[in-house]
Design a protein around this ligand. Structure first.
Ligand SMILES: Cc1cc2nc3c(=O)[nH]c(=O)nc-3n(C[C@H](O)[C@H](O)[C@H](O)COP(=O)(O)OP(=O)(O)OC[C@H]3O[C@@H](n4cnc5c(N)ncnc54)[C@H](O)[C@@H]3O)c2cc1C
Length: 500
């Protein structure tokens, strides 16, 4: 027998499944929802399509390492990408700053807004250029690892940012628009290195958008998995993993059935796996991150509105800072808006979808999850908040007042319900200044054939990290298997070393 059972059918699970099949293994993905794709998804409401995920996809530059992965997994196979001129715009008191595709333009826009901030602006742009040369973010001209010498040279330019959160970095600038630009996308509590990575990725043409959005991208991923012979058990939840003498041998599903396997890849929220599906202990390193302090979990409150395309104040993503009591309600000061006029099929002619997102910290995310136990209160609360968001949007952009209508709103409890993350997380940990987000081990103590493959292994998660974790988990299993088999046999022909 040579079967790998993958728990969870999101990007990590589907990627694990694809590479397992390509490596000559049989695999089966068990997914609790009846649609695969996990967070990479979208849904239809009242004649509109709501896109749950993609703001940008790291790896769209053909010279970046991730591009190959996205081709191999079907995500970017046979599809074009939108190359928007800006990733997002921050707006305050009639002034704005956009993250332009052209880094030189970003620099001159920052200098125009605030000549006083010249020193900090130059240092920021210099750091972006340095990041473009490392971490696989740079694409065409820079996509390579730095040599040791280059690394030593680059380090001082990044040192300052390593210790700063976005909030602290923002305080170094006089200009309020630049400050909002720095904090608006990731909030003020993230490491400023994360912001440098976002800016470097986008300005290197490595963070564009696949045409058709998240749901279509997930469909291509699923198709690829099925085309390489993968099997799926969907609409059934894994409720238990059975382990004997340190080896897992089966999973029990919510309908009472059991699936046997030789190795198990876990892509679900570790908080749900450890102490839930299994009695195993969460690896110490991961547990420390879950306990908070330097790492934090988060979720979001989101709404989708319909509106007239002609009334849109801006293209793409834009961010504002609504007045009090916004921050007291949501824990973040920033309201992120996204319009979808580039996707004609998402709305009837002349209309489009405007989605809003406010990041919630762990405490507020848990409150939503708890409130869900009382359906009436939960519903009333989320509609009240959605109306408040609508007011914030209309106060900032009165031209939207006439056509803006709520289509849907969703909360951390929605994510918990659909993807079983403990507090409704959709990425992994946020990490603040002074932290290098090192990867946690995929090994699970107490078993030899259960490996972790979820985005939770590396902060802050996201699609590339989920895919990488899925791929690496399979590579680990293949390596472990190889050790047990004769070196002369080819990978695809040899028998697997896992026990029957
Ligand atoms: C609003 C939003 C915007 C985002 N924007 C971006 C972006 O622009 N770029 C980017 O890179 N990323 C973005 N992300 C993050 C990205 O979607 C996630 O990082 C990624 O999809 C996570 O994949 P995963 O496979 O690790 O986890 P998941 O997608 O959560 O998959 C886990 C799967 O396991 C299933 N499952 C859980 N428990 C069980 C069980 N007991 N039995 C069986 N199945 C189970 C779940 O249903 C789910 O399908 C965004 C996410 C959201 C929600």
């Amino acid at each position: 027998m040579n079967k790998i059972v993958v728990i969870g059918g999101g990007v990590a699970g589907l990627t694990a499944g694809i590479y397992a099949q390509k490596s000559g293994y049989k695999s089966i993905i068990v997914e609790k929802h009846n649609v695969l794709g996990g967070q990479l998804t979208g849904w239809n409401r009242r004649g509109y399509h709501i896109d749950n995920c993609l703001h940008w996809l790291t790896g769209t530059n053909k010279n970046s390492p991730f591009y190959k992965t996205w081709l191999e997994t079907g995500v970017l196979e046979g599809v074009g990408v939108y190359e928007p001129e800006t990733l997002y715009t921050y707006e305050e008191n009639g002034k704005s700053l956009s993250l332009s595709r052209d880094l030189t333009k970003l620099k001159s826009d920052m200098l125009k807004l605030s000549p006083n901030d010249e020193r900090e602006t130059k240092s920021f742009i210099d750091a972006v250029k340095t990041v473009s040369g490392i971490m696989g973010t740079g694409g065409i001209t820079h996509d390579r690892n730095l040599s040791i010498k280059e690394g030593i040279k680059a380090f001082p330019k990044l040192l300052k940012y390593l210790s700063l959160s976005t909030g602290k970095l923002a305080k170094k600038f006089d200009n309020e628009v630049i400050r909002g630009f720095i904090c608006g996308l990731l909030t003020e509590n993230f490491s400023s290195i994360a912001l440098l990575v976002v800016v470097a990725t986008f300005t290197s043409g490595n963070g564009d958008l696949p045409v058709g959005g998240s749901f279509k991208a997930a469909e291509r991923l699923i198709e690829k998995y099925l085309s390489v012979g993968g099997a799926v058990e969907s609409g059934k939840e894994v409720v238990k993993i059975n382990i004997e003498n340190g080896r897992a041998y089966s999973v029990e599903l919510s309908d009472g059935s059991e699936i046997y396997g030789d190795a198990f890849v876990v892509t679900v929220d570790p908080a749900a796996f450890f102490g839930g599906i299994s009695d195993l202990e969460m690896p110490r390193e991961l547990k420390r991150k879950y306990e908070g302090g330097r790492y934090e979990r988060f979720s979001a409150f989101q709404c989708a509105f319909s509106c007239d395309v002609s009334a849109l104040p801006r293209k793409g993503d834009f961010i504002i800072r609504p007045p009090i009591p916004f921050k007291d309600i949501f824990s973040s000061e920033y309201l992120v808006m996204r319009e979808f006029s580039h996707e004609k099929s998402f709305a009837p002619e002349g209309k489009t979808v405007l989605q809003t997102m406010v990041v919630l910290d762990e405490r507020r995310s848990r409150e939503f999850v708890r409130l869900k136990n009382n359906a009436k209160l939960y519903y009333e609360h989320k509609i009240r908040l959605a109306n408040y968001i609508k007011k914030c949007v209309c106060d900032a952009y009165p031209e939207l007042k006439k056509s803006l209508e709520l289509i849907d709103c969703w909360t951390p409890a929605t994510y918990k319900r659909y993807t079983a993350t403990e507090i409704g997380s959709f990425m992994s940990f946020a990490f603040g200044g002074g932290i290098l987000p090192l990867k946690s081990s995929l090994k699970v103590r107490g078993t030899k054939n259960v490996v972790l493959a979820s985005q939770w292994l590396k902060a802050p998660g996201g699609l590339p990290i989920a895919a990488e974790c899925g791929k690496k988990a399979v590579e680990y299993l293949v390596r472990a298997d190889k050790k047990k088999t004769a070196p002369t046999r080819s990978l695809s022909k040899r028998k697997l070393g896992f026990s029957e």
